[in-house]
Design a protein around this ligand. Structure first.
Ligand code: THU
Length: 130
């Protein structure tokens, strides 16, 4: 993974709004347009209304006009690894391909690299839509 993607995820993490969990997370996507779209988790006093860093990054990507995740880095400072939650795995998959790489990072750098299929095997597919 290139340093710019890692740095973007780290920078995004610093912008999180996580006063309740105190668990900052950052994510950065390199999309098919070559651009980086980043995001952090944004929590809410009404707890279920908060959302994850990956979701923010995906929102930025789509609003930037891109629809394909080439690679995505996720970083959390308080865990050795921060694998995307179940819901975010499905959200990433929506814009991923078999070649999409997911980098699980910590303060020091990439700790684990996974493919989309490793992250979300046996995922929901209708076989009809798309
Ligand atoms: N969180 C993420 O941002 N991404 C994940 O993949 C897992 C969890 C956030 C949600 C919440 O703000 C905090 O981490 C604690 O669960």
């Amino acid at each position: 993974m290139s340093a710019d993607l890692y740095e973007a995820a780290k920078k995004a993490m610093a912008l999180c709004h996580a006063p309740y969990s105190k668990f900052p997370v950052g994510a950065a996507i390199r999309a098919e347009d070559g651009k980086i779209y980043a995001g952090a988790n944004i929590e809410n006093l009404a707890f279920p209304e908060g959302w994850c860093a990956e979701t923010t990054a995906i929102s930025h990507m789509v609003m930037g006009g891109a629809k394909q995740i080439v690679e995505i880095a996720v970083i959390a400072e308080k865990l050795a690894l921060c694998p995307p939650c179940g819901g975010c795995r499905q959200r990433i998959k929506e814009f991923a391909s078999v070649n999409t790489r997911i980098y699980l990072c910590d303060e020091a750098g990439v700790k684990k690299t996974m493919t989309m299929n490793e992250l979300l095997p046996h995922s929901f597919e209708t076989g009809v839509i798309g």
